[in-house]
Design a protein around this ligand. Sequence first.
Ligand code: G3P
Ligand code: CA
Length: 310
Amino acid sequence: MHMPHSFPACLALAAVALGSAGAAAQTSSPAKQLIAHRGASGYAPEHTIQAYQLALDQRADFVEPDLAITKDGVLICLHDDSLERTTNVEELFPDRYSRESAGRDGAKEWLANDFTLAEIKRLDAGSWFNPRFAGARVPTFEEMVALVRGKAGLYPELKSPPLYTARGVDMVKVFVDAVKKHGLDKPESLETTPMIVQSFDEGAVRRAAADLPGVARVFLTSSDADVSEARLKELARFATGVAPEKRVIERHPGMVGHAHTAGLTVTSWTFRADDKFAFPSVRDEMAHFLYSLGIDAIFTNNPDQFPRRP
Ligand code: G3P
Ligand code: CA
């Protein structure tokens, strides 16, 4: 999607976002869609304004923010539940690791939800990736939207709803309130800035269907059990698309047709130059999934390698 849209391009985009109901009105196949995974995260630190701007420069159709919630209730763009992998939190706040949870192998973790936005804004979110990004900050969802709106679509992921529920925070409600506050669910906004909500959490996708019925929603999975014909039909009752991990699709290529028949779009992840399994390049791998297996959209760390075809 390259702004400004032509009218037919808008229709095609909406058709892919909303599934079969929209697709039925189309006379030709909608264009394949490029989602910049955590921004152009192959080239800039994930979930920074720099990575999002590069995604726009590389003509992404959508930019993906994974979402977390600060101690004071602000949506921020962060993949992990905790801050230590992508920031210098351990250096600035050495004693503020969680006493109630630990990461893999029992490692200490600094949960984002234990820090206020003001504290998180002090962190360097760029140096871990490359010293030339020193000083990059963790963006809020509002800041991300302000950058991307009108230039590409938004593809927010509700990352860990159960973690917040256990702490008395309703992540879906916080997100829905933010969407409504900014009118992101209004038809006039969706026409210029399409939005697709995604989650591995089935309950969150079901609630998005109820609370934001005009917004497309995609169920993420890395389970073979989620791509059986019967399960896809069940998913189509509340989701507009399914997004299996790429190896699931490779093992079950027939699921693409079954999903389309059920009215679901098919998206996959994650296509990255440093993990392209059997293919000579990430561009070749993306082309295989898009044009041989027939999926509709791809999350990639390398938006500049997306194989567009007329
Ligand atoms: O959201 C699609 C893909 O990003 C899922 O993987 O772990 O990178 O969020 P993850
Ligand atoms: Ca994600």
